[in-house]
Ligand binder design. Sequence first.
Ligand code: MG
Length: 378
Amino acid sequence: MRDVVILGSTGSIGVQALEVISENPDKFRVVGLASGSNNIERLIEQAKKFQVPVIGTTGDGVSIRAALPKASVIDGVNSAREVAALQADIVLNGITGSIGLGPTLSALESGNKVALANKESLVAGGELVLKFGREKIVPVDSEHSALFQAMQAGRAADVSKVVLTASGGPFRERKDLSGVTPAEALAHPTWNMGQVVTINSATLVNKGLEIIEAHYLFDIPYSKIDAVIHPQSVIHSMVEFVDGSTIAEASPPNMRGPISYALAYPERVAKAMAPIDWSSSHTWRFQPIDESRFPSVALARRCGALGGSFTAMYNAANEVAVDAFLRELIPFTAIVDTIDATVAKLNSGAPESLRDLSDVTAIENDARRVANEVMARK
Ligand code: MG
């Protein structure tokens, strides 16, 4: 029996994790849930169904206390950090955005292992997270779960490169991206995710974040991390070894796979998802990323090479720009232009390494301020 804490329980990752857990009551027990303030009713429902003893919300805890008089309810801005620190076998961090970094660090400080779906923890604070040891993190991001699984086919010293796959988003074939609307960008062809992640997938900023994530998770230089478009999203990523062999992990796109793998690792959960159907014919295509239409990927590599402060800026500037795009204040292509201009402006004066969470917060605040200035000027 594994004691599991779920952060971001009412979001897409959290909901699917609870599905896996409800189908495997002999394997997992939920000891804590935390979520934001926007879906208190669902949080209460989840807490009731799984008889969860500790519940955190960034919103007001009054209605939760009324509905669940026996539970211990933590509310306020630090609630996710407190729930992350509960004694557990694994803490699943399904929070979106760099706001998830604090809870990741809190879980690690308490000695917990983290099933990490919050890639921003590594993008914004990779150095801080890895101080606790790589073995404390099991990735939930589908690409990194694939790499993690494929890595087990050989020695780390024999890896020649890793190749992340990208669906390419809804604009894979579209020539001119300047007129893209939020509604178009939110219609993702293969994955069903939250709004910010879906926009990041359309700009390929998501792939940029994932290149940075892979660098930290697997201690691989940026020069050995490639990305390729694979529209079917069945091969979730590949590891190439020095002898020319490539090991890929494949399954129909379904986050229950990587979620269940991270929760149960090194075991596997039976029937976590449907496997590939080999009785019908299908084709898997691969094509290089057109970096002139999608400058986000090269920019992420550039930030990565400059260091952890710059990856934190990349992410923070993007969060601000995506928000502005969704409110129709800036055009689609201005999202990455804003990140680029922000990083260029902050290039001198940023510290090379991060000492603690307050360093990250300071850099992010600078990046958000500059990004807003950049957008206001246009
Ligand atoms: Mg991913």
